[in-house]
Design a protein around this ligand. Sequence first.
Ligand SMILES: NC(=O)c1ccc[n+]([C@@H]2O[C@H](COP(=O)([O-])OP(=O)(O)OC[C@H]3O[C@@H](n4cnc5c(N)ncnc54)[C@H](O)[C@@H]3O)[C@@H](O)[C@H]2O)c1
Length: 250
Amino acid sequence: MKTIRILINGCNGKMGQEVAKRARIMEGIEVLCGVDKADSGDNFFPVYTDLQAIKEIPDVIVDFSVPSSSMKILDFAVEKKVPIVIATTGFSEEELAKIKESGEKIPVFQSYNMSYSVIVMRKICSELAKLLDGTDIEIVETHHRRKIDSPSGTALMLAEGINEALDNKFYYEYNRHDKREKRSPNEIGIHSIRGGTEVGTHAVIYFGEDESMEIKHTVTSRGVFAEGALKAVKFLINQDNGVYNMKDMI
Ligand SMILES: NC(=O)c1ccc[n+]([C@@H]2O[C@H](COP(=O)([O-])OP(=O)(O)OC[C@H]3O[C@@H](n4cnc5c(N)ncnc54)[C@H](O)[C@@H]3O)[C@@H](O)[C@H]2O)c1
């Protein structure tokens, strides 16, 4: 098997560093170069701060950065015809539309969560919502103090799965502080907790009469996401143009 040479966008971030570390020991993958706002000088691969200066053409790009940077590296990927794995979260509707459009020109993999278990959780939570129709559903996500977007992309992904399973009857409630009214049966409350170094926890709770049920997923190491992103690299290199996600890979 030919070694796949990757470019890591956001290479100096927590996830970028984790991807580089894993790629170093994973067979069939090599880090060709990285892109970030500044070159820390600590990497074992060349780091670019300007996309125009990149000399190498990678086989696949892996993006763990911020939405504005993802959009720039996406333009670069389309221009150079390089498949891209987008793991960044917090995109606007317009940015998501641009990602979808790019799938007509290159293979694109996008997932708000690169963990296989979370995709299983989405499936279970959607099924449970049907079985427990009529319960009040709340989602609580917890992340480290540095996370800039909220709610997490994964919380939204879980909510969307539940909503699709029940004919899109729900709307999402993020803020009850300004309201003085009872909870609607058609809302899914989504709550974000931020603090410390917590990697990421998602809980979906179904509240019924005198009972409740909770499905919870906890990640204790970023390695889980890095591993998933590198598996997505190996998957994407063999795909035609299109937008893929974890469900396609599984
Ligand atoms: N899909 C998943 O499974 C998953 C898992 C973990 C994190 N994430 C997401 O990945 C992203 C990165 O997470 P992180 O914890 O590594 O964050 P981080 O803040 O540690 O890293 C982000 C990196 O992007 C760089 N960056 C910012 N602007 C840039 C620009 N204009 N050009 C180039 N680089 C730029 C920063 O300098 C930083 O090194 C976030 O959106 C996070 O939510 C996704």
